[in-house]
Design a protein around this ligand. Sequence first.
Ligand code: ZN
Length: 519
Amino acid sequence: MRVNQPVTRRLALMLMLVLLGHVSSAQQKPDCTVKVTLLQVNDVYQFVPVERGSSGGLARVMTLKKEIEKESPNTLFLLSGDTISPSVESITYKGAQMIDAWNLAGLDYSTLGNHEFDFGPDVLRLRMKESKFKWIVANVIDKKTGNPFGDAPAYVIREFDGVKVGIFGLTLEETKVTSRPGPDVEFLNPCETARKMVAEIHAQGVKTVVALTHLSMSEDKEVARCSGVDVIIGGHEHTLLESVSGGAPIFKMSADARELGQIDLNISKSTGAVESIDWKVIPVTDKVKDDPQFVAINNKYGALLKDLSRVVGRSSVPLDARSAEGRTQETNVGNLIADSFRLATGADVGFMNGGSIRADELIRPGPLTKRDVLSILPFKNRVIKLELTGAMLRTALEHGVARSAEDKEPGRFPQVSGLRFTFDARRPAGSRIVELTINGQPLDDQKKYTLATADYIGIDGGDGYSVFKEARLLIPREQGQFDSDVLRLAIARKKVIAPRVEGRIKRVDKDQKQTTDCK
Ligand SMILES: [Zn+2]
């Protein structure tokens, strides 16, 4: 292990958990090398710390960055996408607050995450113009110009002490349907694009190539295998992940800057190629001091931050707002939300897609603030009411579990109120619901039922819920309350909540081992 210099040793003592790694590309004798340090964060939705202040926070990241830069002057600060949305602050500022924070923190480059398009392409263009750092975009194309979106560069080349590093950016193709890029934005295949980028960068005599990506781990692995990149700085999963594929290491940090990744590329001065890579994962905790300069951002957004800290009620149980759980099984937060929709509208059924339930944490029992509520439901969806047949409702539920065997965390997974169902994900998609009751009675395909849900799926057909488009609207979008208001009022009315998982959704194949796909 190299890189145990005084600064890093200090950090190691200071922090509870530091993961270290090292890979070497060749057997030949070490050459004279130049160290280029990549500092990585990804999926950072707020600049203030998370988990009641104990973790994350860009003011702390800034402190760590400055310390590392003293030790390693050839440092690039990278964001692997997802920052403009969703967040409580973005409801008001549409991501401008994050651009302010990144500008101050000295970010160098970011790639586009899927959530960058949540407010549409025009808002994103505006945010890109406000950025003092560069967005790097290789596979997201503006059809009108044929250029990368926002006229961003597809790649950049940087030189440090005579060695050159090329960096290109990749974004999930599924952004087309999971966000709002509009009809004029095209997403190209990541692997094909990566191959082209690596060839183009190599053709300029640059041997060291970094992919800054916002892809799923399986796509990152494919990019590593198919393109010949040296390292992938990735994101999107919200989980700390380290992997190697095609000889290239892949790194992903947890969301909201809970860790700062430090990846040191040791580049040969004579060949310009990566000779070895050292890395460590530095936890960003309340033991790290805030950079005093960051106070400018806290002051600028002070009024909003104060309003968000207002207490609206209490929970006597932990609230499970973790994304993986909400997209795979019944959760107490899913029940709380679906119940609040049903009760606020007097519908037979409350329905919410797991992917619209955010926060991605187990919220500890105790006081609940406005921020907590908005962090669970940050999209400002309107709660609408529909009338539909039993057959349509069954189709909707089938759609909701149609990817439950295929995807790890399908955003379409339904959280429900007023009904119970059992599904078997071993069966073919479209015939997985094996039992379905409403108010204790089997579902009647011919009968009409009412259903309350978010306009995102109920009207816009988001997450593929096109079946709701056929339903009759009883409460249209314009008359619907915001989902977060519905939830906040439900909590405030009860003062103390204790939602439970109560067997509304059962999966019968849960204990079965997954088969391996060796295609
Ligand atoms: Zn993402």
